[in-house]
Ligand binder design. Structure first.
Ligand code: NAX
Length: 327
């Protein structure tokens, strides 16, 4: 049997944690023959709730679950970990400015970056989910300079999945017909779901859905505002779909991307498509099963270019707002 791999989940007692941990422990993250040790980080006030989640994990008697560590100590949380899934963060409270939110969360992700660099396994990969995830990832990475660029990801997969379903519903086809659905830029309301380069049944989306007004209007806003719509309907933010997107993100890094497709992940920019270097930017990505690369050479209309510029500008503003938190 294989040696267990260690997977860290921060904010493990939260909503997404509750939807995610059971899927990891059942083998859906790393495969049906890979034992896992869960390393669960929480803040002190949430430790009791976390113990309840641990009891439930135990009560599943998962064959692949080789151990569980619960802790509020960063060193313990990241010790020997191969996957650091950074979910925990502080939600925006009424009256809180975006800048305050950035700063509060920056204070969380700097020390986590340091702990990852100091204690994680040499093959560690990091997926930041906690918002603002792109900028939180930027902060963590700046505090972990020894961990190579290509190990850092922020999650734009939920947006991709949302976009695919909207397109499939509109075209009246199964979601499996939609491919190349990339989310550009920030995981925020400025993101650009690039329908121009997406395909349905192998044909360009604008050819299959010949309704430019809908594609440029309602489609984009539906994807951008979906999180807010779910909060309105459910009284709580998306959790199961977010956990599902975590699984999809990791699987799509570990498995070769099928021909003619790409996946959406935010990665460290090396200047692709004119995006300033170092920003953690949502791109179309292809994996060969170990390495991820930005899909280059995609054409963009002036409309798309404008959208990509707007989301780039927002990420630059976020970076400026937390400049003092970068190492
Ligand atoms: P919850 O508030 O239910 O859970 C967050 C957990 O993090 C809490 O249990 C809290 O105690 C813990 N926490 C806070 N500070 C911590 C710290 N310093 N170290 C460790 N744990 C800490 O939020 P949940 O619904 O689970 O969402 C978690 C994060 O995901 C939020 O920031 C949310 O905005 C973000 N999301 C990101 C998405 C994406 O696509 N990238 C989509 C879903 C979600 O909105």
């Amino acid at each position: 049997t294989k040696t267990p791999m260690h997977v860290t989940v921060t904010g493990a007692a939260g909503q997404i944690g509750y939807a995610l941990l059971f899927r990891i422990a059942s083998g859906q993250l790393l495969g049906p023959d890979q034992p896992v040790v869960l390393r669960l980080l929480e803040i002190e006030p949430a430790m009791a709730a976390l113990e309840g989640v641990v009891m439930e994990l135990e009560d599943c008697a998962f064959p692949l679950l080789a151990g569980i560590e619960t802790t509020s100590d960063l060193k313990v949380a990241f010790e020997g970990t191969s996957w650091a899934l950074l979910v925990g963060s502080v939600p925006r409270k009424a009256g809180m400015e975006r800048k305050d939110l950035l700063t509060v969360n920056g204070g969380i992700f700097g020390p986590q970056g340091e702990a990852i660099a100091a204690h994680a396994a040499s093959d560690v990969r990091v997926l930041v989910v906690g918002n603002p995830c792109n900028t939180n990832c930027l902060i963590a990475r700046s505090h972990a300079k020894d961990v190579p660029d290509d190990r850092w990801f922020a999650m734009t997969r939920l947006d991709q999945n949302r976009a695919e379903t909207q397109l499939a519903k509109r075209a009246g086809v199964p979601v499996t017909e939609v491919a190349q659905m990339a989310i550009w830029g920030n995981h925020s309301s400025t993101q650009f779901p690039d329908f121009e380069n997406a395909t349905i049944g192998g044909r360009p989306v604008p050819e299959v859905i010949a309704d430019e007004a809908w594609l440029r209007g309602e489609f984009i806003t539906t994807v951008q505002q979906r999180g807010a719509e779910i909060i309105k309907a459910r009284g709580a933010s998306s959790a199961a779909s977010a956990a599902n997107a975590v699984i999809d993100s990791v699987r799509s890094i570990l498995e070769p991307t099928p021909a003619g497709d790409c996946v959406s992940l935010s990665v460290v920019s090396h200047g692709e498509y004119g995006v300033p270097e170092g920003l953690v930017f949502g791109y179309p990505i292809r994996s060969d099963g170990s390495r991820c690369q930005v899909v280059e050479g995609l054409p963009h209309s002036p409309f798309a270019q404008e959208k990509i510029q707007a989301t780039t500008a927002e990420l630059l503003e976020e970076r400026a707002a937390i400049a003092d938190l970068l190492a």
